[in-house]
Design a protein around this ligand. Structure first.
Ligand SMILES: CC(C)(COP(=O)(O)OP(=O)(O)OC[C@H]1O[C@@H](n2cnc3c(N)ncnc32)[C@H](O)[C@@H]1OP(=O)(O)O)[C@@H](O)C(=O)NCCC(=O)NCCS
Length: 176
């Protein structure tokens, strides 16, 4: 059966994430992670990774660190997504570390708008390549990244502690 695909949203308002936003970002992350990863990784791994990546001290530290950019997307005043990227340490390379859009707002161009903002950060910092890691079983995200010009570069398995492993593709695109 065909699935209804929402149309593009008229206006995505992109703003930098500020310290006052960290609780709302963590809450939005939990909603999106539950809807995305429940069929891909265990609940224990979801809880572990959310705790590791979205705790307030960690987010506040990232917001204060040069070379890390956090952006959030609003539609009609509602916070609907966010992204984070950082200089990977490899020459000319920016890593899109997070890209999350509310399940009710996906396929409307918001992810593409956030990728566009990451590309602007990368170009301004003199980068020519944007990379990311995506779970090999996250087919919808892989399709989104391919649509936005990324291709798989390699396959990695990363031990993240707690007995958990990330089984990812590294994808890359030129931003030069
Ligand atoms: C991946 C994600 C960030 C893309 O953001 P988005 O706003 O949906 O992306 P865009 O609207 O710019 O691009 C849409 C493309 O994404 C893919 N896509 C996104 N959601 C999809 C869905 N529910 N079903 C099928 N394809 C989907 C399709 O390729 C789609 O293109 P199409 O509509 O022309 O077929 C978003 O879907 C998301 O947050 N997913 C859950 C969290 C996640 O997996 N994040 C990535 C972690 S590495």
């Amino acid at each position: 059966m065909a699935t209804a695909v929402p149309g593009p949203v008229e206006k995505v308002d992109l703003r930098p994430v500020a310290a006052a936003d960290v609780e709302a970002i963590a809450a939005l992350a939990r909603i999106i992670w539950q809807s995305t990863y429940a069929e891909i990784i265990t609940q224990a791994q979801i809880d572990y990774m959310l705790g590791q990546r979205y705790n307030a001290p960690r987010l506040l530290e990232e917001l204060a660190t040069p070379g890390i950019w956090w952006d959030q997307a609003f539609v009609e005043g509602e916070r609907v997504g966010f992204a984070a990227c950082y200089l990977s340490g490899q020459p000319g390379e920016l890593k899109l570390d997070k890209l999350y859009v509310h399940p009710g707002r996906q396929r409307c161009g918001i992810g593409g708008a956030l990728i566009g903002r990451a590309i602007e950060h990368g170009r301004a910092a003199g980068c020519d390549t944007l990379i990311l890691a995506v779970n090999k079983r996250n087919a919808r995200a892989i399709a989104a990244y391919e649509k936005h010009g990324f291709a798989v570069r390699e396959s990695v398995r990363v031990d993240i502690g707690g007995g958990f492993v990330m089984d990812d593709f590294i994808m890359a695109r030129s931003i030069g």
